[in-house]
Every structure is written in C-alpha cells, then in structure tokens.
Design a protein around this ligand. Structure first.
Ligand SMILES: Cc1ncc(C[n+]2csc(CCOP(=O)(O)OP(=O)(O)O)c2C)c(N)n1
Ligand SMILES: [Mg+2]
Length: 329
C-alpha cells in the first residue's frame, strides 16, 4: 500500500490511534459477519453494508461529546457501533430476534437508542435530514450546547427537502452538522451522472452555510474537520456542512450486481486508500504499536463480533404478542 501523509496534525497519542483502529476494525468485522449471516439466510430484507466508510463515523464520533445526537440513513450499522451501541443488540436486530434493539421488529434500517442519542436508521432517502434539523431545534430550544450529526448520502443530497432544511437551519441558527457521506454512488448512479454541480458542500453557500470537503479515508482529517464543525455549532453560529469523500467497497445492498463500476476501481481504493490500513501504518511507523499488539486487537474484535453473532442466533424470535407493542394505537 502506498504510504500517505495525514492532512491532520500528527500530535496524536498512541491510545487515540489505537482506539480509532479498534473502532474501525469493529465496524469492518461486524459488517463482514453480517454479510456472512445474510448469505446463510439468517438476515432477511435489505442489508446495506458500511465497509470502506468506517473512518467517517469513527472520526466524527471522536469530535462528539455526551449529549450530542446522530441520525442517518439505512446504511447505519457503523453509526450505531461508533456511538457505543451494543454489537449484540445490533446483530440480533439484523436477524430479527427479541434481543435486538427494536425487539426484532425493525431490522437493519430501523434501530434506535435513546441512551446513545441515536435516532435511526431511516429507509426513505433523505427523510432523516429534516428530522436531524428538528433534533437540533430541540437542543437550541432547551438552551444546551449539544449538536446533531445528520448523515446522508451524495444521492440524497440532490433532494429538495435537503435544501428546505438548509434554509430553515440557517434561518434559525440550528446546531446541526450536515454530513454528506459522498461514496460516489447512489445505488448504481455515479455523482457525475446525477449532477452538474458535483461539489455538494458548496451548495450550502446559497443559504449562507459554511462547510468544507474532507478526506473520508483519513480518520484524523475527519476528526479535525469534525472538531471545527462542532466548535462552529456550539458557538451558536448555526449549521455546518461536511462533505466527506469516501467509498463503499461492497454493493449498494446485498443484492447489487455492481455493473456500474469496475472491479479495478474498487480494488484500487482498497489497496491504496483503505482507512484502517492507514491507521495501521501510522501505528507501526510511529512505533505506537507492534505487530503483536495489533494482532491482539484483531483477536479481541473478532471475539466481540463472534459473540454478537452467537447471541443473534440464540436469541428467540419475537413472540406474536410483540405485534401489539411499540405502536401508537
Ligand atoms: C425517497 C426514496 N427514493 C428512492 C429510494 C430508493 N433508494 C434507496 S437507497 C438509494 C440511493 C441513495 O444513495 P446515497 O444517498 O448516495 O446513499 P448511499 O446508499 O450511497 O449510502 C435509493 C435511490 C428510497 N429508499 N427512498
Ligand atoms: Mg452514495
């Protein structure tokens, strides 16, 4: 793999680097396991894996504090793990079991955690964007300094509701960070095929919203940009847009023939830009960890993921009466 320099300052501690490595690896291994369980027929419905995009959530969570909120789309398992939700509860929800975060009734796209301030999991493209501004409104109304990370994709960024939300968020100085996870594709449609205005963050200028583009394969760069955005919001200056340039290695969902891109393109990103490999290099080169230390972390993560998978198989299916819980009427 080509050596590359992080754009962020390198005064990062061994503990910090190791924690990013661990958190990104947990997401990668968890998603690989979810892919396997899906292949075995243990996960039904849609399943959108986050493999390749790990540095985005891990970098931004490193900039967050207790009380901050997050909301995202259907590609949501990474966000849940990064904010500290239990891998067992997430995996059991994927397999539709009682021990899952929505007691087996929500599945991959519909999980929530009040405790971790995670507001879903939304299958309707872009729907979480106005909801995210609403969450930020609630914090502004209460007068605290929490911010809301509102994640959406490059495809969602072409929706009208995003721009209505930008307008209101700026008008009311809402503490919301709009995180555009630009993984270059919306299902099979590349950004270039979808718009002639491909710099998505710059569109905020029409509403007076500040923002920037970030290298989403570099967790330190993401964290640095996240800190800047968070400081902006906490200072009461209104919303901020981060367009995080990333890449998904797997298909849009588990049923994607992937005819819209070449294997070489995917392979090139994996071998030259992988975010986990990057931190691995920083750890080894900076003598912040030995190969043995990293092996021990890998082993520890594998055990956590295997335990989650076991739990997700052993937890019972929800009882029929569960149909009548968690509903309005
Ligand atoms: C309103 C709506 N339109 C269409 C779809 C079908 N759909 C699901 S995901 C998707 C692509 C979204 O791509 P992007 O926003 O880039 O997110 P990514 O999948 O790359 O994370 C589409 C069109 C949907 N779920 N909701
Ligand atoms: Mg996309």
């Amino acid at each position: 793999m080509a050596t590359r320099k992080s754009t962020a300052k390198s005064n990062v501690s061994a503990e910090e680097l190791q924690s990013y490595y661990r958190d990104m690896l947990l997401i990668r291994r968890f998603e690989e396991k979810a892919g396997q369980l899906y292949g075995m027929g243990l996960i039904g419905g849609f399943c959108h894996l986050y493999i390749g995009q790990e540095a985005v959530v891990v970098g931004l969570e490193a900039a967050a504090k207790e009380g901050d909120k997050r909301i995202t789309s259907y590609r949501d398992h990474g966000h849940m793990l990064a904010c500290g939700m239990d891998p067992k509860g997430v995996m059991a929800e994927l397999t539709g079991r009682e021990g899952g975060y929505s007691r087996g009734k929500g599945g991959s796209m519909h999980m929530f955690s009040k405790e971790k301030h995670f507001y879903g999991g939304h299958g309707i493209v872009g729907a979480q964007v106005p909801l995210g501004a609403g969450l930020a409104f609630s914090d502004k109304y209460k007068g605290n300094d929490n911010v809301t990370f509102t994640y959406f994709g490059d495809g969602a960024a072409n929706q009208g509701q995003v721009y209505e939300t930008y307008n209101m968020a700026m008008l009311w100085d809402l503490p919301v960070i709009f995180v555009i996870e630009n993984n270059k594709y919306a299902m099979g449609t590349s950004v270039q095929r979808a718009t002639k205005s491909p710099s998505l963050w710059e569109r905020g200028a029409a509403y007076g919203i500040a923002g920037e583009e970030v290298d989403g394969m570099d967790v330190l760069a993401v964290k640095a940009a996240g800190e800047k955005a968070v400081a902006h919001c906490r200072a009461g200056k209104g919303p901020y847009i981060l367009e995080v340039m990333t890449y998904r290695y797997r298909g849009h969902s588990m049923s994607d023939p992937a005819k819209y891109r070449t294997r070489d393109e995917v392979q090139k990103m994996r071998s030259e830009r992988d975010a986990i490999e990057h931190v691995r290099e920083l750890l080894l080169q900076g003598k912040h960890a030995t190969e043995d230390d990293l092996k021990a972390i890998d082993k520890e993560i594998k055990a956590v993921v295997n335990e989650a998978a076991e739990f997700s198989k052993e937890s019972p299916e929800p009882a029929l009466e569960e149909l009548w819980t968690d509903i309005y009427a």
